[in-house]
Design a protein around this ligand. Structure first.
Ligand code: AMP
Length: 220
């Protein structure tokens, strides 16, 4: 049976870290929309140039642009047994687009288990998490100066590359990303609950605690 996992939760709720761990654990591809869009920006494509205008303001990139990128990615061969989709969908419109692209990719008779996992977390701490976040542009490892600092300041423990801060990880843009989340994305919690595919985990706590809760709902 093909297993499709999507994830909901506010910015910096820990989804990125946990979904990367889950992808490795299940041997499914980890498809992270934010990273796919940042890669387009880095490559200087037309899609990247357009996306940058929205990302820098903390707003959602237009629905058709993201849908095109995601559909191409989900159609690749490594997704045929399942995928971990992180950061998509982020609005009801995108959720409808995902349903449509999944049925186009899977056809009518494919046996599919679709789950939406919601990371429920106290949001007060999250802005601090965001401004303290650093990442490695080479291997993608994520650090946090407050609770997961690199051994040597500014340098990736894994590959020795100089760490960077995302341009949209400033206090001001982060505030805007939360507004976007509450208006556009949070309604998906009810949407997937009504479809009977929603699982909620308590995302407060350290990485290991949240991981154990995540594994429980994955194996449920
Ligand atoms: P993230 O890395 O998930 O925090 O995403 C960073 C930014 O990329 C967001 O603030 C949006 O501007 C854009 N983005 C990521 N995923 C989506 C999506 N599904 N739809 C529209 N914009 C997105």
């Amino acid at each position: 049976m093909k297993k499709e996992f999507i994830f909901l939760g506010p910015p910096a709720c820990g989804k990125g870290t946990q979904t990367a761990m889950l992808a490795e654990y299940l041997h499914f591809p980890h498809i992270d929309t934010g990273s796919l869009l940042r890669a387009e920006i880095k490559a200087g494509t037309d899609a990247g140039k357009e996306a940058k205008l929205y990302i820098d303001e903390g707003h959602l990139v237009p629905v058709e642009l993201v849908a095109r990128i995601i559909k191409n990615r989900l159609s690749e061969d490594d997704c045929k047994n399942g995928y971990i989709l992180d950061g998509y969908p982020r609005s009801i419109e995108q959720a409808d687009a995902l349903t449509k692209m999944n049925s186009e990719i899977n056809g009518d008779d494919k046996d599919v288990d679709f789950r939406a996992i919601y990371f429920d977390i106290d949001t007060e701490i999250l802005i601090e998490r965001i401004v303290n976040r650093r990442s490695c542009p080479k291997c993608g490892e994520i650090y946090n100066l407050a609770y997961k600092a690199p051994k040597q300041e500014g340098v990736c423990d894994k590959c020795g590359e100089k760490l960077t801060q995302r341009k949209d990880d400033t206090r001001e843009v982060a505030q805007e990303r939360f507004e976007t989340y509450f208006h556009e994305t949070a309604p998906l919690i009810e949407y997937y609950k009504n479809l009977n595919v929603l699982k909620t985990i308590d995302a407060n706590g350290d990485i290991q605690e949240v991981w154990e809760r995540l594994l429980k709902v994955v194996h449920d």
